[in-house]
Design a protein around this ligand. Structure first.
Ligand SMILES: NC(=O)c1ccc[n+]([C@@H]2O[C@H](COP(=O)([O-])OP(=O)(O)OC[C@H]3O[C@@H](n4cnc5c(N)ncnc54)[C@H](OP(=O)(O)O)[C@@H]3O)[C@@H](O)[C@H]2O)c1
Length: 273
């Protein structure tokens, strides 16, 4: 049997924890190294992942890796990436999950010949339910795409994009999206309390409603518009509420909000070095 692929995670924070947990659930093992500067965090990671090697030195982790996952904050990524350049001559697949950092800037720091995949996952990765957009540079071959997909699929669904600039739209939709849903949940819960429900009841009913609606939409052949029509009887309670939302231009508001997120993603990608 071929030896398993070796993955080096640079940065042992939330996303690395989610990804390594996801990969542990896979039937075929991957060999995992994690590089993390904090002593305390390294101890925690070693206890959580006894089969992984946890080291302090990024270069040591990368030297023999087949895949390098860059999982540090975007602000520290330029220095981290430049420092790795001299240990990348074996051309491992690079997967960057850093928000907003383009593959051309990564190639400037890491070297022009590196095969690079950019991934935009979201926080539900922490519970294995991420939605991730992926983009690969032309240097990534089919097996590199498969490997990248395997890593990100371990925490949820993935979709490939042919145009890197669409990652700004992914950031606006699924990257920031969980926060829009949390805001909706806050508002529904508060309104439920206004209508007289106890706060515990309002929370439980709200959480299960959002979960149930998402599950129904995922499992149904109908799109959200048709599902909404089906639960909206003419002259009924749902219609009364939907009319209030439509009159307040709910759709236009969401369009403006996501446009603002996409614009911000573009700005951050351009000036954060
Ligand atoms: N969280 C999300 O939902 C999400 C979604 C999409 C993309 N992302 C991207 O994923 C990346 C990681 O996010 P996260 O939430 O996992 O952040 P995080 O929890 O802060 O993890 C980053 C880790 O990197 C470590 N680190 C700092 N400097 C380092 C260095 N020079 N070398 C190696 N490791 C270093 C940090 O250690 P210290 O704490 O000791 O500094 C921390 O443990 C970010 O670029 C973010 O944009 C996150």
């Amino acid at each position: 049997m071929d030896s398993p692929n070796t993955l080096a995670f640079i940065g042992g924070g939330n996303m690395t924890t989610a990804l390594v947990l996801g990969l542990q659930r896979e039937p075929t093992p991957l060999s995992v190294m994690i590089a993390e500067p904090s002593d305390l965090r390294r101890e925690q990671l070693a206890a959580l992942f006894p089969n992984a090697r946890v080291v302090a030195d990024n270069r040591e982790a990368v030297r023999h890796a087949d895949v390098v996952i860059l999982a540090v904050k975007p602000q520290v990524l330029p220095d981290v990436a430049r420092d790795l350049r001299s240990v990348l001559s074996h051309q491992p697949l690079i997967i960057s999950i850093a928000a907003g950092i383009t593959t051309s800037r990564l190639a400037d720091w890491l070297g022009e010949n590196q095969p690079i995949v950019r991934a935009m996952p979201n926080t539900p990765a922490l519970v294995g339910s991420a939605a991730t957009g992926l983009f690969a540079t032309p240097r990534v071959d089919a097996s590199g795409r498969d490997l990248a997909e395997r890593v990100l699929r371990s925490v949820g669904l993935v979709t490939w994009l042919e145009d890197e600039s669409l990652l700004d739209a992914v950031t606006a939709l699924s990257g920031s999206g969980p926060a829009y849903v949390f805001l909706l949940m806050e508002a529904m819960e508060a309104a439920g309390e206004q209508l007289g429900l106890k706060s515990d009841d309002a929370r439980l009913l709200c959480l299960q409603t959002v979960f149930g609606a998402a599950k129904l939409a995922l499992e149904s052949e109908d799109g959200p518009a048709r599902l909404r029509e089906k639960v909206t009887s003419p002259g009924g309670t749902t219609q009364a509420a939907i009319e209030v939302l439509e009159r307040a231009n709910f759709r236009e508001l969401m369009e403006h909000a996501m446009q603002a997120a996409a614009n911000r993603a573009r700005e951050l990608g351009g000036d954060e070095t």
